[in-house]
Design a protein around this ligand. Structure first.
Ligand SMILES: Cc1ncc(COP(=O)(O)O)c(C=O)c1O
Length: 477
């Protein structure tokens, strides 16, 4: 049964068990026919019929609040009617543009440059990449190496930059690298400045931006063993790494030292860009200007694939064809992206991001008060994270996080997991999400958390009384 659009207002509608009978059939066929590398439906076991705004409907007619939003892609929600109209018009005009100039692409390019802060927009150029974030990251690295004549790259613990060979090489996840031979060499990992779990093993109180000092010393020490790199690549808020914003002081010092040593600074804004943090790019909130920006996910506003790097024109030492790809000229994405910018301005969407940021910060803090398992609530703009840990040992509460995710789904809310041990509940709502939907989502998350916590504690109590019984039975009390 399909729910009428008008009913997609504030609250989810759960009509069946989740997964429902129809979803189960799709999931079973998917398991048989698709690879075991599939991810989202393993933890969020539904088959999707359609999306409307901040909501998703599954094939059983259940309607969920969608705080995954295509992994941060759907900045204006599912199927924004004004974007759908623009895309439909463009579809009949011209779709696949390689890298020919077109009026649509020309406008998109100018509008994107205009979104940069005034001193920066005049010195930057754009290159359109293959249509994924990972391809943009690869392009950024390939731009920096000939521009500097250097070969090495600095990346950070906990980073995620994508799944292709080069992007994986600069990402923190060890597991996918371990089974892939001949990864990209020359990547140096440095600690990411997260004082809640000091990468240098120090107490937070003793931190005097040690991560910045360490990085600066290695880059400047003639005996550090590391050649000057072609670039430093950073996410200003680590997304998949667990929604961790870098400390402003670290970012300021990173910019200062890289500029002083003439090392291009690449910010990966695939997830943080296009308004996600309340400014068009996150680097604006940190008060810096990078040399290369990678953007992708939300550029079209409606989920059409497009990826680009924006970079200082002095770095353009590329020969023709240095970074090519068949799908670099998606006119549908460009047309939607122009309309998305119009809507973001017209509807003051970035103001909404900041207002919802304040709301989420306050409402999610209630979870910390309600549950000892909430280790930390953190975020920026509409990129939020609730990290769960065992209150006694501090260990990542991975199982609890999975139970919260499934419990939330069964109550009508879709959230993502990430971070160490996948113990961080992540939220990436559409940027135009309403205050009412945010309230409804946090209520559901709170219920799911408290229910999962009770179940976990009951299980723990059952385990300890079973082991006490077995100890008594063997007479070793
Ligand atoms: C910060 C960041 N960079 C790069 C990527 C890779 O993007 P894609 O999956 O489109 O290759 C992602 C994906 O989540 C990301 O979050």
């Amino acid at each position: 049964m399909t729910v009428e659009k008008e009913t997609f207002i504030v609250n989810p509608i759960i009509r069946t068990e989740v997964p429902g009978p129809a979803s189960r059939e799709f999931l079973a066929r998917q398991e048989r026919n698709e690879s075991s590398a599939r991810t989202y439906p393993r933890n969020l076991p539904i088959a999707v019929r359609r999306g409307v705004g901040s909501f998703l409907e599954d094939v059983d007619g259940n309607v969920f609040i969608d705080f995954l939003a295509g992994a941060g892609v759907l900045s204006l929600g599912h199927g924004h009617p004004e974007l759908v109209r623009v895309v439909a018009e463009q579809l009949g005009e011209y779709v696949h543009g390689l890298d020919f100039p077109t009026p649509t692409k020309d406008t998109f390019t100018r509008r994107q440059l205009d979104m940069l802060p005034p001193p920066m927009r005049d010195r930057m150029k754009i290159h359109f990449c293959g249509p994924t974030g990972a391809n943009g990251v690869e392009a950024a690295i390939k731009l920096a190496t000939p521009a500097t004549g250097r070969g090495h790259v600095v990346a950070f613990h906990g980073a995620f930059h994508g799944s292709t060979a080069g992007a994986m090489a600069v990402s923190g996840n060890r597991y996918p690298k371990e089974s892939v031979a001949n990864g990209m060499p020359g990547v140096h990992f440095f600690p990411y400045p997260y004082c809640g779990r000091c990468p240098l093993g120090l107490e937070p109180a003793s931190c005097d931006t040690n991560c910045a000092t360490y990085l600066e010393r290695v880059l400047t020490d003639e005996k550090s063993g590391m050649a000057r790199p072609a670039a430093v690549l950073i996410e200003l808020v680590q997304g998949e790494g667990g929604g961790i914003p870098a400390t402003p002081e670290f970012v300021r010092r990173l910019r200062e030292v890289t500029a002083r040593l003439e090392i291009p600074l690449i910010v990966d804004e695939v997830q943080t860009g296009c308004g996600r943090t309340g400014t068009w790019f996150a680097f604006e909130r940190f008060g810096i200007e990078p040399d290369i920006v990678v953007a992708s996910k939300a550029l079209s506003g409606i989920g059409l694939p497009v990826s680009m790097i924006v970079y200082d024109r002095t770095m353009d030492r590329w020969a023709a064809g240095a970074h090519i790809g068949t799908f670099r000229g998606n006119q549908l994405a460009f047309a939607a992206g122009i309309a998305a910018l119009d809507l973001i301005e017209r509807d003051a969407v970035l103001d909404n991001v900041l207002a919802r940021e304040a709301q989420l910060s306050a409402r999610l803090d209630e979870l910390s008060e309600a549950s000892a398992w909430v280790r930390e609530v953190r975020g920026m703009g509409l990129l939020w994270a609730v990290e769960l840990a065992d209150p006694l040992t501090g260990a990542p509460a991975s199982e609890l996080a999975r139970a919260v995710q499934l419990g939330a789904l069964r109550r009508g809310l879709i959230v993502e997991l990430g971070g160490r041990g996948d113990a961080v509940v992540r939220m990436l709502p559409p940027l135009n999400v309403t205050a009412e939907v945010v309230d409804s989502a946090v209520d559901i998350l709170r219920d799911a958390l408290l229910a999962a916590e009770v179940a976990a504690e009951r299980e723990e109590a059952a385990c300890s009384s079973a082991s006490a019984r077995s100890v008594t039975a063997t007479g070793t009390s």
